[in-house]
Design a binder for this molecule. Structure first.
Ligand SMILES: [Ca+2]
Ligand SMILES: [Ca+2]
Length: 462
């Protein structure tokens, strides 16, 4: 056991909203009062933080390859398991999501914890990146995770937009986010984007999961395909929803409704309500189907000049004439589903050149259902990586739309990766990235983070 004492309490002084670029639909600096402290620091890439039925915080360390249990009172930590086969090579892969079986520690012999991680499928030769979901049993005597059992392996991953968020549904199925691998973007601009592609029946029979990029999966607890998964284009697979870009947040709310966050390209970050068989539009549509500030430029399909011969650029650069363009309004999928809400839906021509000018880069999400904080009941909380804030989106009574405005909270120079809620309804835990870009108080991009690799505790003080 290693102890990291909680640090000095202080009432958050919200940073002045000096940044020149703000989404005008968001209220900043609300008069809500929280005390904050650093519960624990020095973590190796905390990626998931979850409140366990043992009243401990469970944390995955992305690069540390460990699952930790941390006492929320004093920051005392213990290692539940180290997973040496986790492969981590860049800023997004490693040990990722974690979720609990709802019967964990309830005496039904279902003391299971599930994790998602990347691994090398061809050790010793060329690196073959894959994503896996694994089950462990929690041994309550040793308080460690034992008896690993891989339940779904060989899932696609690459050097960008990994995803890897897990959720255990009220329907007793597992849900997993998989990103589009950054295909058709940045360094991966010459890889075709498969977010709209679906597996054939033959591929599913052959356990060929290569079309699972840019999808949310729904699986049985043994990794098999649920019989009631949606049949999409005539094929039932693990795919629950499709057309996703970089989905890093996933959480269930009241009524079993499933909420997700994902990064837009250089504007139009999304919060979505996920429903089986629906198409969330990427890469044909970013945010709403409004033909604003985004056109699908398919770099990978460049001709006659092949993509690999194009001059440097890609990503958000203006494409050369050989790159086919498709406007959002020409996308006609009847399954297309618009976001619940976007961040930074901007007009064409808006300056998106600087990091975070028109993005929050959403991390984890959670749904607040408590009564302790007045006005908060049934709010979707969406974290920001590049703006160091939590956005509270009050949900309508039916959970199918959000009430305006969104409220920006807890603004610091940190990258908020994930969130956990204490059942007391008044305490919030935020996991912060150990490194990476953020915007300082003046809105200038900075690599200097206030609380790298930490869990921050925010306690409501009425
Ligand atoms: Ca979308
Ligand atoms: Ca759009």
């Amino acid at each position: 056991m290693k102890k990291t004492a909680g640090l000095v309490c202080a009432v958050i002084a919200a940073l002045s909203a000096a940044a020149a670029t703000q989404d005008s639909t968001i209220v900043t600096n609300p008069p809500e009062r929280f005390s904050t402290r650093v519960l624990i620091s020095g973590l190796e890439g905390p990626w998931e933080v979850a409140w366990g039925p043992d009243q401990q915080l469970w944390i995955t360390e992305r690069t540390g390859r460990r699952v930790l249990r941390v006492n929320p009172a004093d920051g005392m930590r213990s290692v539940a398991v180290t997973i040496p086969e986790v492969n981590t090579t860049f800023t997004q892969d490693g040990l990722l999501g974690l979720t609990f079986h709802t019967d964990l520690m309830r005496g039904t012999n279902n003391d299971f914890v599930y994790v998602a991680f990347t691994y090398d499928d061809a050790p010793g030769t060329t690196l073959a990146r894959r994503l896996a979901v694994r089950r462990y049993r929690f041994d309550q005597t040793t308080r460690t995770l034992v008896e690993p059992r891989d339940i779904l392996t060989g899932l696609p991953t690459d050097t960008d937009h990994v995803g890897g968020r897990l959720a255990f549904g009220p329907d007793r199925r597992l849900y997993l986010t998989i990103g589009d691998q950054g295909s058709n973007f940045g360094a991966n601009r010459c890889n075709a984007n498969h977010s709209q592609d679906l597996p054939s029946a033959a591929q599913v029979r052959a356990r060929d999961w290569s079309q699972y990029q840019g999808k949310i999966l729904r699986m049985e607890l043994d990794g098999s395909i649920p019989a009631d998964n949606p049949e999409i284009a005539g094929v039932r697979s693990h795919i629950f929803t499709y057309g996703h870009r970089n989905p890093l947040g996933l959480a269930f709310g009241p009524g079993g409704r499933l909420y997700e966050s994902e990064h837009g390209p250089s504007s139009d970050d999304e919060a979505n309500l996920l429903e089986g068989g629906r198409n969330y539009g990427w890469p044909n549509v970013a945010g709403y189907k409004d033909d604003k500030a985004y056109v699908y430029a398919n770099w990978s399909a460049s001709k006659p000049t092949p993509c690999g011969s194009l001059p440097p650029g890609g990503g958000n650069a203006i494409p050369p004439a050989s790159v086919p363009l498709q406007t959002e309004s020409t996308f006609t999928s009847p399954q297309f589903t618009a976001p619940l809400r976007t961040f930074f839906t901007v007009e064409t021509g808006y300056d998106t050149s600087r990091l975070g000018n028109a993005t929050i880069a959403p991390g984890g999400v959670d749904v607040y259902t408590g009564d302790a904080i007045p006005g908060w009941k049934t709010s979707l909380l969406v974290l920001s990586l590049v703006r160091g804030a939590v956005y509270r989106l009050p949900l309508a009574a039916d959970g199918r739309s959000v009430k305006e405005p969104a409220i920006e909270l807890f603004k610091t120079v940190n990258r908020y990766r994930d969130i956990a809620l204490n059942p007391d309804g008044r305490t919030i835990y935020l996991a912060t990235d150990p490194a990476g870009p953020n915007r300082d108080a003046a809105g200038v991009v900075s690599q200097k983070l206030a609380n790298p690799g930490s869990i921050l505790e925010l306690k409501y003080t009425p």
